[in-house]
Design a protein. Structure first.
Length: 146
């Protein structure tokens, strides 16, 4: 009604009643500033593959917590922690559950990806990790995703 841009279309599904997908304008503005300044979009990178822990998943798999990011591989032979990544340098291991990142609890409503999106490349981030029943603190510096 006010003639303001609220998002930018990024994809359309034709044949499905023309469903469209859009990026919120706040993301577009951030990305546009980075392209103007650096010539590309800069994305902070941690280097883990994970699934978010829900209450149901925790119950079914008898996990000790009902939130966090469980570090697991997607396919056989593919490591869940990327070699030489910030996560590997911090000591993150398969089957760790990252409970918090930057002192923010990781949940279905506040996933790890959203927390990392607020970070800057080079920023040192603390992580609270559950490993074999023990909570440990790890710190790493995020790198740029290539």
């Amino acid at each position: 009604m006010e003639g303001k841009v609220i998002g930018v279309n990024t994809a359309m599904v034709f044949g499905a009643q023309n469903i469209g997908f859009a990026i919120p304008i706040s993301y577009v503005k951030k990305d546009l500033n980075e392209v103007k300044k650096y010539g590309k979009i800069i994305v902070p990178f941690l280097g883990v593959k994970y699934i978010l822990v829900s209450e149901e998943m925790a119950r079914v798999n008898k996990l000790p917590v009902h939130y966090g990011a469980l570090v697991v591989r997607e396919t056989l032979g593919e490591p869940p922690v990327i070699k030489d990544s910030p996560a590997e340098k911090a000591g993150v291991k398969e089957f760790d559950i990252i409970l918090e990142c930057r002192n923010e609890k990781i949940t279905l409503k506040n996933p790890l990806a959203n927390i990392l999106q607020k970070c800057k490349v080079g920023e040192k981030i603390p992580m609270k990790v559950l490993r074999e029943g023990q909570e440990i603190e790890l710190i790493t510096a995020l790198e740029e995703k290539e």
